[in-house]
Design a protein around this ligand. Structure first.
Ligand code: ADP
Ligand code: MG
Length: 565
């Protein structure tokens, strides 16, 4: 290991040389308080910045073991450290130069508290992973600025990350809030609930592009008949609305806050930072948002519970398309969620295919069943719950036919929820829909799909294909783009990076069990015991945790996905 003073000398000597000469600084440098590791050096000033780490021994970092005493607390602490580090890097003055010169950064975290590989902690040390833009003037090395950046500025950042320097009350609150939310989510099933929305929660966001809480929002208040209470380990007593297992409708006039509530439930699979307003909105961790997604591919899926007897005898028990319709894509999204054992389906009428949701009495009379391949969800939703324990929460302002299949009906009026279950059931009895149930094909016990990642899909001219991520929208594998823009429970690009790494991992270490769901489960259980970092042999700093559903979502939207017959 080289002493840090030698690093400074080395950088001064590189001053004025061609940018490629920076390659020589890859390595480990010993500082009085930490070790700096320069893991990857960029080839030119405009390229992806260089990847570095600092390792701070606990004797110096000083984190009390109780701040990371269990998995929940450890994730909360690592998330907090990521945010703190991000804030410190944002506060710096950056000097001028070509391209990314002088950059010191990480990918900014959103409002969800998630396992992130930016910060890693154990009894021995704290490790921080970040990007550095090695300074240049034109295409020549600016050695003086580089020495200042790598030796002085990084030391200052590290100084600010030591436990005694941190706002310890905020840190404690962050970890406690996260642990309480995890605890609450675990309590749901003991009370036969699938979601909980705390009294006082702020659900709406500033705007479509502003994820901060809306100022002047009406705080959430549970109807008395749905109110439940919990005693959280840190916060103590908390009250709010419990959404019971079964089929729940969210009804109400347009603009009364239905979609906002459902969105909060969708993201209630994650915990939120203090101040977000959704800290105590928690949903069953296996809840999956379902929507229509016209144009997505479908690979070998048994869609027969929803789609059957297509024109020209096309089979739907192993259905393939590169361009699904609205109804077919929504059916595929449901079947895929069930394949991975989703426990709750979340559906908003704003983004559904009407013909997959409902066929009313009049339409049944006009178009005979043998002329309609689609079995609407209304006829599968009760068997889904009664035979398979899968609950549904639907925003349904437009069709009262669903009253007949609902267990709970919540009406929103000016953002205030009311329990209108009894009225809705009385109305259903008074005005029968006269629908004929059309479910022919039982849902469940589908043939397992068998996954086979063809080497060709991950190779290009005999070399491993490059995998890239474009923000939250897509993963590019070689020349194929996987469109994830409609997968609404993905919240950070780091999740896509993790998923991309998992796809490569599946290719490099093929699963012993080729059952699609089992292969995905196997990776996820490995991640939960060994941590996200195991996805790559390189110490990547911007992987963010994801669920099995989102990994499956990426594979399912990959046009190169192939299955063994
Ligand atoms: P719906 O789905 O019932 O048509 P939305 O959920 O889209 O209604 O909400 C309509 C508007 O009301 C949105 O701009 C949303 O931000 C706002 N809104 C939702 N909930 C609240 C609330 N609790 N307080 C204030 N405004 C809200
Ligand atoms: Mg809406």
């Amino acid at each position: 290991m080289t002493d840090h003073t030698r690093l400074a000398e080395q950088l001064w000597q590189l001053d004025g040389k061609g940018y490629k000469a920076y390659k020589s600084i890859r390595g480990e440098y010993y500082f009085p308080q930490f070790t700096l590791k320069i893991d990857r050096v960029q080839g030119d000033p405009f390229a992806k910045p260089s990847q570095c780490r600092v390792l701070i021994p606990q004797q110096i970092a000083g984190f009390p073991p109780e701040s990371y005493a269990n998995h929940s607390r450890e994730v909360g602490l690592r998330d907090f450290l990521t945010r703190q580090f991000h804030q410190l890097t944002q506060q710096r003055q950056r000097r001028s130069g070509t391209g990314n010169s002088g950059l010191l950064a990480i990918t900014p975290p959103g409002p969800e508290i998630l396992e992130r590989t930016t910060a890693v902690i154990d009894d021995e040390q704290v490790e921080l992973r970040f990007w550095v833009g090695l300074p240049a003037q034109g295409r020549r090395i600016d050695g003086w600025q580089a020495a200042d950046l790598l030796c002085e500025q990084i030391s200052e950042l590290v100084e600010g990350m030591l436990y005694p320097q941190l706002p310890t009350q905020n840190l404690q609150h962050h970890i406690d809030t996260h642990e309480d939310a995890d605890w609450l989510r675990q309590q749901l099933s003991t009370q036969k609930l699938v979601a909980f929305v705390a009294d006082g929660a702020i659900l709406p966001r500033g705007s479509g592009i502003d994820i901060r809480p809306l100022e002047s929002a009406t705080p959430f208040q549970s109807p008395a008949s749905l109110r439940v209470e919990f005693h959280c380990p840190h916060r103590g007593l908390i009250t709010g609305m419990g959404i019971p297992a079964g089929i729940t409708l969210i009804v109400g006039g347009g603009y009364h806050g239905k979609s906002t509530l459902l969105k909060a439930l969708e993201l209630g699979i994650y915990n939120h930072i203090p101040g977000d307003g959704r800290e105590y909105v928690v949903t069953d961790v296996d809840a999956v948002k379902i929507r229509a997604e016209e144009g997505r591919p479908v690979t070998g899926l048994d869609l027969s519970p929803f789609i059957n007897h297509l024109p020209h005898q096309q089979t739907t028990t192993q259905f393939y398309t590169t361009n699904a319709s609205g109804s077919t894509s929504q059916a595929a999204n449901i079947i895929e969620a069930l394949e991975l054992e989703a426990q709750v389906l979340l559906i908003d009428e704003d983004t559904t295919a009407t013909n997959l949701m409902i066929r009313d009495r009049r339409m049944q009379s006009l178009i005979a069943k043998d002329q309609e391949p689609i079995t609407p969800l209304i006829d599968q939703i009760r068997p889904l719950y009664e035979d398979h324990g899968v609950s549904s929460i639907l925003v349904m302002g437009g069709s009262g036919d669903y009253f007949e299949v609902a267990d709970t009906v919540i009406a929103l009026s000016a953002y205030r929820p009311e329990n209108v279950t009894e009225q809705a059931l009385a109305i259903a009895a008074q005005y029968p829909s006269d629908r004929i149930c059309e479910a022919a094909q039982l849902i469940g016990n589908r043939q397992p799909r068998r996954l086979q990642l063809k080497p060709s899909s991950l190779e290009w001219k005999g070399r491993p294909a490059k995998v890239k991520v474009h923000e939250l929208r897509e993963i590019i594998v070689g020349r194929e783009a996987i469109d994830l823009s409609q997968v609404e429970q993905l919240v950070e690009s780091g999740q896509l990076r993790g998923i991309a790494a998992a796809i490569l991992y599946l290719h490099d270490s093929p699963p012993t069990d080729l059952n699609f769901a089992a292969a995905i489960q196997a990776i996820l259980s490995q991640l939960s015991t060994e941590g996200l970092s195991t996805l790559s042999s390189f110490p990547e700093g911007d992987f963010v945790a994801f669920r099995r559903f989102e990994l499956a979502a990426a594979l399912n939207r990959w046009r190169d996905l192939s299955l063994e017959d």
